[in-house]
Design a protein around this ligand. Structure first.
Ligand SMILES: [Zn+2]
Length: 154
């Protein structure tokens, strides 16, 4: 896992790192801070697993569509962007759907990643597409499942 961390020139200020294209992208000066923070690594690793889920789903969909002549095989190139599109659509839906006040925090992929960072064994027992469950679960900033009033359930 740790060998997938790419030291990158610039990551947007305010963010420690970002995960896509099956790598964790981190600013050069923040690399040490990232790899020493196990919770953040678990968080980002979860995003990479989510991305893999989405790539498999996208590949299956394009295989069916291209094999039946609905679209060109060139659409398979879009596989590298499939997770970013899914993430963007989820974020956009959270902006549209109240009562969520912070769209970024409330998208299911972020909730699963926060949950994973608080539960170190979760990543090893995770099933593909588990982020779907987090559409219906609230997770606080510390990664624990809470009810609608914010009381920790577990
Ligand atoms: Zn995240």
């Amino acid at each position: 896992m740790w060998n997938r961390v790419v030291k990158f020139g610039v990551v947007m200020s305010g963010f420690l790192c970002a995960s896509f294209f099956q790598c964790i992208w981190v600013a050069k000066d923040k690399y040490e801070r990232l790899v020493k923070n196990h919770k953040t690594m678990m968080h980002e690793w979860t995003h990479l697993k989510q991305e893999l889920d989405m790539m498999v789903l996208y590949a299956a969909l394009i295989t069916i569509l291209a094999a039946t002549g609905v679209c060109s095989w060139w659409w398979m190139c879009g596989i590298v962007f499939s997770y970013l599109v899914q993430y963007g659509i989820s974020w956009f839906l959270q902006v549209l759907l109240p009562p969520y006040d912070k769209a970024y925090k409330d998208i299911p992929m972020e909730k699963e990643a926060r949950y994973s960072s608080a539960h170190p064994d979760y990543i090893y027992t995770r099933w593909p597409f588990m982020w779907i469950i987090f559409l219906f679960i609230r997770v606080n900033n510390d990664g624990y499942i809470v009810d609608k009033d914010g009381n920790v359930k577990e």
